[in-house]
Design a protein around this ligand. Structure first.
Ligand code: NDP
Length: 277
């Protein structure tokens, strides 16, 4: 009798060849004793709706979705989780009989990484810089974790206001443009959810945002996180981290939704942080 075919998963994006997700999910599978096939699939935005239907018909078991397809995927899914609906972005596709359930594990991944780092979220005054898809994904999870207050600052202030309006069911969200940041007060946690470093420009944030004990966290990782982490060091913030841990934690959340078990993240994160040969 033929054995069951290996379940197939993928990460969809453009470009996607650089994605660490196949490596992370293969390692999780090995550690949990779950055989799986996980690959990166390059997909143009205009092709997404038709390809999602085809992937379902072909028996794909699940997928991650990355830039620039997360918002489009939210519109193409048959059903959305509360988090995906609130954030308007999908990073995880879960197979249902009649189509895809879209979920978003980015916020849960961020909070899991902050907990792993020992950052106290209960009652924390949080500044979230950026109002794009990643910021939207973070907001519900931050409120679920019990933060005390949230200010969202964005280059385009109107986009921060739209975020606060759309996510008002999560909690009170103060908003401002960058020009108002010098008077915004001090924060326990400053999250950079912008892609500013990709455009080669460092954010010009005032030093007065930090108080003794402030933690700085960049959702980006690698070279893209360097300008923000350098800013944090330059104003004396002692605890700062990039978003590689978030990447591994959001992957663990997706893995759990697909396989019913949450893998240990520490060994994979250690491996990714280890210097190459
Ligand atoms: P979006 O394109 O949706 O949003 C980009 C945000 O960056 C907007 O708020 C935009 O402001 C701001 N921005 C862009 N350029 C500048 C600039 N020069 N100066 C100031 N602000 C700027 O991107 P995402 O929200 O999807 O992603 C944001 C970051 O988070 C990315 O670097 C991404 O890699 C990272 N991320 C990391 C994850 C992880 O697992 N570690 C998961 C998801 C995202 P404006 O509205 O004014 O244009």
């Amino acid at each position: 009798m033929p054995s069951d075919p290996m379940p197939r998963f993928a990460v969809l994006g453009q470009p996607v060849a650089h994605s660490l997700s196949p490596r992370i999910h293969r390692r999780f599978g090995e550690a949990c004793g779950i055989a799986l096939d996980y690959r990166a699939i390059e997909l143009a935005p205009e092709a997404l709706p038709a390809r999602l239907a085809a992937f379902h018909a072909e028996g794909l078991s699940g997928a991650n979705v990355t830039l620039p397809l997360k918002e489009l995927a939210a519109r193409a899914c048959r059903e959305l989780s509360d988090t995906a609906r609130l954030s308007g972005a999908v990073n995880t596709l879960i197979r249902r009989e009649d189509g895809w359930l879209g979920d978003n594990t980015d916020g849960a991944g961020l909070v899991a990484d902050l907990h792993r780092l020992g950052v106290r979220l209960a009652g924390a005054r949080v500044l979230l810089v950026g109002a794009g898809g990643a910021a939207r994904g973070a907001v519900p999870a931050l409120f679920d974790a019990g933060i005390g207050s949230l200010t969202v600052a964005n280059r385009t202030a109107a986009r921060a206001e739209a975020l606060a309006h759309d996510l008002q069911s999560c909690g009170d969200i103060a908003t401002c443009g960058f020009e108002a940041l010098p008077g915004a007060g001090g924060f326990d946690l400053i999250l950079n959810a912008t892609s500013a470093a990709r455009s080669g420009r460092a954010l010009a944030l005032p030093a007065a945002l930090a108080t003794a004990g402030t933690v700085a966290y960049d959702l980006s990782y690698g070279a893209a996180a360097e300008p923000f982490l350098a800013w944090a060091a330059s104003i004396g913030i002692a605890r700062a981290a990039d978003g590689l841990g978030m990447l591994v934690e959001q992957a663990a959340e997706s893995f759990q939704r697909w396989h019913g078990v949450r893998p240990e993240t520490g060994p994979v994160l250690d491996e990714l942080r280890a210097p190459g040969p």
